[in-house]
Design a protein around this ligand. Structure first.
Ligand code: DQA
Length: 144
């Protein structure tokens, strides 16, 4: 089983960016957690981070026929990008949306998720652990 983990803008700044909201762990810590989860769950994980909307759309399109599932934290594009929503719908690969913070408890503009409309589940407010939960959920979902 192959899972693509996509991270959008500013997630490469984890540990530096607003640590009270996103925590003190770095992006490298997140990559280590993904590796560990892949080993534990017996799934193959590829990850890609970009600060550019079109690059994320390209990565979703490239996943067609190659990946069984997608875990995506689109960052701020969550709340603005119909293009990412349409790309997820176009490939029809089961996707889980992750947010490190509890977006529903923040500003009203963070409470709308376009990408989430194409996802089978949303995990929010669990910190980096949310990525592990998303991968385990997706593994179960794809096995059913
Ligand atoms: C985020 C929440 C978004 O509102 C924000 O723009 C991010 C990160 C999260 O993981 O909590 O960049 O997706």
């Amino acid at each position: 089983m192959k899972i693509l983990v996509l991270n959008g803008p500013n997630l490469n700044m984890l540990g530096i960016r607003e640590p009270k909201i996103y925590g003190k762990n770095s992006f490298a810590d997140l990559l280590a957690l993904l590796d560990q989860t892949a080993r534990e769950a017996g799934v193959e994980i590829r990850q890609y981070q970009s600060n550019h909307e079109g690059s994320l759309v390209d990565a979703i399109q490239d996943a067609y026929g190659k990946f069984d599932g997608i875990v995506i934290n689109p960052g701020a594009y969550t709340h603005t990008s119909v293009a990412i929503l349409d790309a997820l719908k176009a490939v029809s690969i089961p996707a889980v949306e992750v947010h490190i913070s509890d977006v529903d408890a923040r500003e009203p503009f963070r409470q709308v998720s376009y990408a989430g409309m194409a996802c089978v589940k949303t995990i929010k407010g669990q910190g980096l652990e949310g990525y592990r939960q998303a991968i385990l959920f997706l593994k179960d979902y794809l096995n059913k």
